[in-house]
Ligand binder design. Structure first.
Ligand SMILES: Cc1cc2nc3c(=O)[nH]c(=O)nc-3n(C[C@H](O)[C@H](O)[C@H](O)COP(=O)(O)OP(=O)(O)OC[C@H]3O[C@@H](n4cnc5c(N)ncnc54)[C@H](O)[C@@H]3O)c2cc1C
Length: 330
């Protein structure tokens, strides 16, 4: 494990190319690997860009669309909202607090929130009489809802396009330990490509308790450290999802013992495992071609979700400004 996986020569070459980066935007249909090799060189592409994007998009750079992932950085018309805070920020107490405060705010403004309801094509049809319908579910859930929209051939066609979006399976394990490892930081991204990495499906590890305060609670066992490990991805997702809890812990501890802290098993005081068979959309070059057809208002229905160009929560929130403009323009 290393903080800077480049040699001095590779770093020098990359810095030189970085000055001209703005003039080398990704081309339509170009993969992230092709763009990286062209714009900043193979060393930075394989050792930094590929590994970093694997940690976010859970797919190899040779399959990811450069335009979908980096296009906004080169688009001068892109809306970006400048926040007051800098650096890594979160709601005090975590994302759950953000959601409950958002809910209270909306309720105070007279918004009706229904939970535990299963929307289907009839729900969309009924809601249309009151104005535009925003379908904020995953691509494959939207595909299944709209496939039954017998009253709108255009929406049925949209369902067909949505069903072409592939999903990627992930597993997350949050682990609690009674001691901190010797090397502390934000976390680690693991390459899956030899010789730098191992193709074991372990994509990354975040040291939660080092990133934000209040992520470990004192209990009967002293919990001093928390980590979230993300496994799976495009190539190993299906296999990893089949692993039992014990097999997942064994896989992680073998790597953790070797690279982060010995005797992981003895130090563990608690764990929480989540399996996400259809966790995130696959941002492939085929998906890039579908995007323009999904970003329209079709029969009073607007799609909204992490398959429309923004996977991260911050960018999705930013996109809601564009969404409100779209709704107001109907
Ligand atoms: C393991 C993991 C780690 C991640 N880590 C990060 C991170 O660190 N930072 C970050 O920015 N992003 C992260 N992401 C990505 C981010 O969480 C997602 O991209 C984002 O939550 C997607 O938001 P969304 O609104 O598109 O969809 P969702 O959050 O999936 O929301 C869709 C909602 O629709 C509901 N729904 C579906 N069908 C119906 C129906 N028929 N009727 C009613 N409701 C329905 C679902 O229950 C769901 O609540 C992570 C994702 C995963 C899986």
């Amino acid at each position: 494990m290393t903080r800077l996986p480049l040699t001095l020569k590779e770093l020098g070459g990359a810095l030189f190319k970085a000055f001209r980066l703005r003039s080398t935007p990704p081309q339509p249909g170009e993969t992230l690997k092709e763009w990286g090799n062209r714009a900043i060189g193979p060393a930075v592409t394989s050792k930094i860009i590929s590994t970093a994007m694997l940690g976010i998009y859970a797919s190899d750079a040779s399959e990811l669309s450069a335009t979908s992932i980096l296009g906004r950085l080169f688009n001068r018309n892109q809306i970006t909202v400048k926040g007051k805070l800098r650096g890594t920020v979160s709601a005090e107490g975590g994302l759950g607090v953000l959601l409950s405060n958002l809910r209270s705010h909306l309720l105070s403004r007279g918004v009706t929130i229904q939970t535990s309801c299963h929307a289907d094509s009839d729900t969309v049809l009924a809601a249309r009489s009151a104005g535009p319908v925003i379908l904020a579910v995953s691509a494959w859930q939207a595909a299944s809802i709209l496939a039954d929209a017998a009253w709108s051939p255009a929406l049925k066609l949209l369902a067909e396009k949505l069903s072409e979006i592939e999903s990627i399976g992930l597993v997350s394990l949050t682990l609690f330990f009674n001691s901190k490892p010797p090397r502390l930081g934000f976390g680690t991204l693991f390459s899956q490509t030899p010789p730098h990495g191992e193709p074991d499906g372990i994509l990354g590890c975040l040291q939660n308790s080092e990133i934000f305060e209040g992520r470990v609670h004192q209990s009967s066992h002293a919990v001093l450290h928390s980590e979230t490990w993300i496994l799976g991805g495009r190539s190993r997702g299906e296999v990893i999802l089949e692993h039992s809890d014990d097999e997942l812990l064994k896989l992680i501890f073998e790597k953790r013992d070797r690279l982060i802290q010995s005797q992981s098993h003895e130090r563990l005081v608690g764990h929480d495992i989540s399996r996400w068979p259809r966790a995130i959309p696959f941002y492939s070059t085929a998906h890039e071609q579908l995007l323009p057809e999904l970003d329209n208002v079709v029969d009073g229905t607007i799609l909204f979700g992490n398959y429309l160009g923004d996977l991260g929560l911050a960018s999705i929130l930013e996109r809601t400004r564009e969404l409100s403009r779209k709704v107001n323009s109907i």
